[in-house]
Ligand binder design. Structure first.
Ligand SMILES: Nc1ncnc2c1ncn2[C@@H]1O[C@H](COP(=O)(O)OP(=O)(O)OP(=O)(O)O)[C@@H](O)[C@H]1O
Ligand SMILES: [Mg+2]
Length: 429
């Protein structure tokens, strides 16, 4: 399942593959640069200091100064160009989904809440773009650090290294008990957040109704409920996060102490030099960090995958109303509109709104259709520009079935004034 989604996501990297490679290359060098310091410190203590070699000490210091200057450059590139990559991908995702939304049927918008679509285009895609570069960067850096410090620790003293490795399963066990808790908590956060969005959307777009019926108090109460629900959900998840990070912190600090004691013992026995001992403890602290990062990356991946799945859900919804292969442009419209035996309902399983409707309106004629609310007047009119597809019968304009006309030319030829007027911002062209 994830494979399939990855295949759909990778093309978004394609236009920026150079940027991506530069970003990843710099992240790689960055992780390698971080491995130098403990070894250098060990050498200074074991070799340079006992020899009293000032010149060599200065050269060491100078080399490290240079190394950190280069590292700063690398960090800038990863921080800046990584985000450029992310925001480029974000723009492309957003452009694609917006373009796709323009082609969707009116029915889609009937069935989908605006707040939901907004959340997908803004929040989901923002998260996804952040993940698109942070995830590969973090994982690469973590793996290099992990493997690098592992190898170096083995080289310094394999027995001490084994002590460190014994802590890994404990950490993995501890982390795994949190995976389900995190997933559930994050899911609940998303859901309660969506509920708040929905309430805001409804009470704002329905503000006239709310005011007309003096429903402000009721609306506020409903909002407060959702808002409180969200607060509770967030409190629960930050509690999990708190326990998790302090637990991981505790385990790695204890690991450090164990190494300190074990290494001290070996140093007292003369089995390890003081420099190696110090280098080793420095590597251990570098070794535990990536474990934490890898666990967090896993969560990040889950969240990104969920966002991308929602993105694909929209992208894979095909419009059902489109130009037929033999569509022709409606030209020189005179305006004879004819309904013959038209039947229509809003979706399968819904009640029939129109049944065997026959109307002919000659060009130039003015016809008023009168009926009680809900009779189907608005529905009747929205069938002419093909906002919805009729189920039975046919509608023709000047004798041409509207299903054989191109949508563009059809909608250009039909003027429509809605009951509820919507004003676009901007100038009239
Ligand atoms: N988007 C929709 N999805 C599902 N059902 C709908 C939709 N729009 C209208 N209906 C239903 O179709 C029926 C006809 O509605 P329509 O809006 O066409 O009536 P109307 O004659 O224009 O009413 P009014 O005089 O209030 O404007 C009603 O039962 C209504 O509930
Ligand atoms: Mg109406």
């Amino acid at each position: 399942m994830h494979d399939f989604m990855l295949k759909r996501f990778l093309p978004y990297y394609r236009p920026y593959r150079v940027l991506f490679l530069v970003d990843m290359g710099c992240a790689l060098l960055l992780a390698l640069a971080d491995l130098v310091f403990p070894a250098a410190t060990g050498r200074v203590i074991d070799v340079v200091v006992p020899a009293g070699d000032m010149g060599r000490l200065a050269r060491f210091a100078l080399a490290l100064l240079l190394l950190y200057a280069v590292r700063a450059g690398l960090e800038y590139i990863v921080g800046f160009y990584g985000h450029v990559l992310g925001v480029n991908i974000q723009r492309d995702l957003r452009r694609n989904i917006f373009k796709h939304l323009q082609t969707m049927d009116i029915r889609f918008f009937d069935d989908t809440k605006t707040g939901q679509i907004m959340a997908r285009i803004m929040n989901d895609l923002f998260d996804l773009a952040e993940i698109s570069h942070h995830l590969p960067e973090d994982v690469l850096v973590a793996v290099i650090r992990l493997v690098g410090s592992l190898v170096v620790m083995l080289l310094i003293d394999w027995r001490l290294a084994l002590v460190v490795f014994a802590i890994i399963p404990v950490m993995a066990l501890f982390s795994s008990t949190f995976r389900d808790k995190f997933r559930r908590a994050f899911k609940q956060n998303k859901e309660t957040m969506a509920a708040i969005n929905e309430r805001i959307e409804e009470s704002i777009s329905g503000v006239r109704v709310v005011r007309a019926f003096g429903n402000e108090v009721f609306e506020s109460r409903r909002f407060d409920e959702g808002n409180e629900e969200f607060r509770r959900s967030r409190v629960r998840s930050v509690k999990h996060i708190g326990v998790f990070s302090s637990g991981v912190g505790l385990l790695s600090n204890w690991g450090l102490v164990i190494v300190l004691a074990g290494g001290g013992y070996a140093a007292i026995k003369g089995a390890i030099s003081p420099g190696s001992y110090l280098a080793f403890t420095l590597y251990v602290s570098r070794f535990f960090q990536p474990l934490d990062i890898l666990v967090r990356s896993m969560e990040m991946f889950q969240e990104g995958a969920a966002g991308f799945r929602r993105f694909l859900e929209i992208m894979d919804t095909e419009p059902s109303i489109f130009d037929s292969a033999d569509a022709v442009a409606l030209r020189d419209v005179r305006g004879t509109v004819c309904f013959s035996d038209v039947g229509f309902r809003y979706g399968d399983g819904r009640a029939r709104v129109l049944h065997r409707v026959n109307i002919t309106v000659a060009a130039g004629e003015t016809v008023a259709i009168v009926g009680p609310s809900g009779a189907g007047k608005t529905t009747l009119c929205s069938l002419i520009p093909r906002f919805y597809e009729i189920e039975e019968g046919a509608i023709t304009i000047d004798g041409l079935d509207i299903r054989r006309a191109t949508l563009d030319s059809l909608r250009m030829s039909v003027g429509l004034v809605q009951q509820d007027v919507f004003l676009f911002s901007g100038t009239v062209r």
